[in-house]
Design a protein around this ligand. Structure first.
Ligand SMILES: *[C@@H]1O[C@H](CO)[C@@H](O)[C@H](O)[C@H]1NC(C)=O
Ligand SMILES: *[C@@H]1O[C@H](CO)[C@@H](O)[C@H](O)[C@H]1NC(C)=O
Length: 204
């Protein structure tokens, strides 16, 4: 009887946890680009302004920010492309390498811990850290995996890896830059690596 009551309590807790409202967050890719439909282009915005425009506009799904490196110009020439459709949300789509580019994708994450920073995660496609996992869970979506990292309280979740095929979500208290550990950052087809940028003291 006691077990049944405990089970009901747990179920109620899980339901409440899942009821967390989806919050808008961004993931950022560096030197990658995804195919998308640009509905608006603006020149000479800063990276932060570009991200802010995308956040404010309901139809914006992603923002591609590129810049021209010209050491002689007092200000950099930049291009912010707001997109209402993006291949970045399709796990089967492959990103393209692109120099001087930041690609920011809007996400809806069910967590109270989405931070106010411009982007919550840095995404590196087809990469993972070998080993160094603190937890393995299964989530049906990448967003649920990212939410699990933000909600983790047993350890500091610094990075997470999501496998779109097996739906495995690996949480880790290490990231690419962790010192004092031997970190192997390796190629992994079909797996994306995400670094939690919402942690206190992280400035990247
Ligand atoms: C995106 O914007 C383009 C250009 O304005 C428009 O033709 C297209 O229908 C839009 N797509 C969606 C999904 O809103
Ligand atoms: C953007 O900035 C560059 C460099 O300052 C300048 O040459 C260019 O005319 C600017 N473009 C626009 C559309 O303001």
């Amino acid at each position: 009887m006691g077990t049944v009551v405990a089970g009901v309590t747990l179920l109620a807790f899980v339901t409440v946890a899942h009821a967390a409202l989806a919050r808008t967050a961004f993931e950022k890719l560096t030197d990658y680009d995804y195919r998308g439909t640009t509905y608006y282009s603006v020149r000479n915005l800063s990276l932060y302004e570009c991200q802010g425009w995308c956040r404010e506009e309901a139809e914006c799904q992603a923002a591609a920010f590129s810049f021209v490196v010209n050491p002689l110009a007092p200000m950099q020439d930049t291009l912010c492309q707001l997109q209402n459709e993006t291949a970045a949300t399709n796990p089967a789509a492959q990103p393209q390498r692109a120099a001087n580019m930041y690609y920011m994708t809007k996400l809806q994450i069910r967590s109270e811990n989405v931070c106010l920073r411009p982007w919550s995660f840095e995404r590196v496609p087809n990469k993972m850290i070998r080993g160094l996992d603190n937890a393995l869970i299964y989530t049906s979506t990448k967003e649920a995996c990212l939410a699990a990292c933000l909600n983790e309280h047993r350890f500091t979740c610094r990075s997470v890896e999501y496998n779109y095929v097996t739906l495995q979500c690996h949480l880790s208290d290490s990231d690419r830059r962790t010192t004092g550990q031997y970190v192997q950052f390796v190629d992994a087809q079909g797996v994306d690596y995400f670094e939690n940028l919402c942690l206190k003291g992280t400035v990247r």
